[in-house]
Design a protein around this ligand. Structure first.
Ligand SMILES: [Zn+2]
Length: 408
């Protein structure tokens, strides 16, 4: 495959050659060569038309099992707090106008068409739904197997201990296609953090699976949970295998704690997944990058019973990350793109190097996987502001979407 006349990360017009799904050469754009090769993807070539080339997005925190994208809009009925939200979702999810598999497949398709080719999605597993929602997400993963890589997190949204049989259900999901073990608020939800985390890390050890913990806990309580997690990562030698999702209050305690956690996360290669929330005292993004902590971005729920936000477009969420970080400088807005693309990819594949600094723009060099997003825009920063629709998405060197529509 030859992708002609694109500007990698906003640089000079270039041609990108790919073989077997890997970028093999990036050379200055040669108009003659493009004409000789042909200009449609059927001829083994994509005419970039001077658009930007970026690595495709990696959404490392979404909930494909709860999405209502593509269905009629429903007014929000949830009440604040995790447990009331769980109960609100439980009261409604079965009334959707389609199956979980149909909803997850639709939303995943929309994510791909907007430029995301790597996904880590939760599948809620609890006493109410059993494995039904997990199986729906699994069906979506299979439906789009040629268009995106999807990892499923077996996720005890309603806790591991509050209702009977949840650890056994997680165990079953991990034996039938879930790749990651999920945990949530060990103190505030299950109110027994040691037992919660021991079950979680025991499942991780038995299935050789990475761990992802939703941490919404405030201030010192969140730090307490994080320290219990650090203890287990050390004891079980799980460096590079644990992600903290949200963790939006860990930076709100004091400067020494912020510094200590950042250093320990870097040392044990604990990664962070953010959904760019409005209100937060997260560990500072630029500080995490400087220390070498992997950070990825996700959309969280997408127009579901939890919230009306999220539309499948990670370029929108990249804008939100830049906005909530109060970034204005181009270098920092572009850093948000690096986090949303290669940052997340490096969480899903720990073999990929960490971002080295806020100016690191990886993912488009020979040897990198040919998962690309071509998008109209003068510069990467202007593309984040304008969020154009003239997009072409490649996965493993094949065009999987064009103009926000999935390719055949
Ligand atoms: Zn979430």
């Amino acid at each position: 495959m030859l992708v002609t006349d694109v500007r990698p990360w906003g640089g000079a017009p270039s041609d990108i050659e790919t073989t077997d799904g890997v970028i093999t050469a990036v050379t200055p754009h040669d108009p003659n060569r493009a004409r000789a090769t042909g200009s449609s993807s059927r001829d083994g070539a994509v005419d970039g038309r001077g658009r930007l080339a970026l690595p495709a997005f990696a959404d490392v925190h979404c909930h494909l099992d709860s999405t209502r994208l593509g269905l009629p809009f429903r007014p929000h009925t949830g009440a604040p707090g995790i447990w009331p939200m769980v109960m609100n979702d439980r009261a409604h999810w079965r009334d959707a106008e389609r199956s979980v598999a149909e909803g997850a497949t639709h939303t995943l398709g929309r994510m791909i068409s907007c430029g995301t080719t790597r996904v880590r999605s939760y599948a809620q597993i609890d006493a109410d739904c059993g494995l039904e929602r997990f199986e729906g997400v699994l069906a979506a993963k299979e439906a789009h197997a040629d268009r995106a890589d999807v990892e499923i997190i077996a996720f005890p949204q309603a806790g591991l201990l509050r209702e009977k049989g949840v650890p056994q259900l997680l165990d079953a999901a991990l034996s039938s296609g879930a790749a990651v073990v999920g945990g949530i608020d060990p103190c505030t939800l299950d109110r027994d953090p040691v037992r919660h985390l021991d079950i979680l890390f025991d499942l991780a050890e038995r299935h050789q699976a990475p761990v992802d913990v939703h941490l919404h806990e405030p201030g010192t309580l969140g730090v307490f949970s994080a320290d219990l997690i650090l203890e287990r990562v050390r004891a079980l030698d799980m460096a590079g295998r644990v992600t903290l999702s949200h963790a939006y209050d860990l930076g709100g305690v004091d400067e020494a704690t912020t510094r200590r956690l950042t250093e320990e996360f870097a040392a044990l290669d604990i990664s962070m997944a953010t959904v760019a929330p409005a209100q937060h005292h997260s560990l500072p993004l630029t500080g995490l990058t400087a220390a070498g902590v992997r950070v990825g971005l996700g959309q969280d729920g997408q127009r579901d019973y939890w919230s009306p936000y999220g539309n499948g477009d990670m370029l929108d969420r990249t804008w939100q990350l830049a906005f909530t970080q109060r970034f204005r400088a181009d270098e920092l807005v572009e850093h948000c793109l690096a986090v949303a693309t290669r940052g997340g990819a490096a969480i899903l594949d720990p073999e990929l190097p960490r971002l080295t600094s806020v100016t690191d723009r990886p993912g488009l060099a020979p040897g990198d996987r040919a998962d690309l997003l071509l998008v109209d825009g003068e510069t990467p920063t202007s593309a984040v502001m304008d969020r154009g629709t003239d997009r072409t998405v490649l996965h493993d060197g094949h065009v999987v979407a064009e103009g926000l529509t999935l390719a055949d």
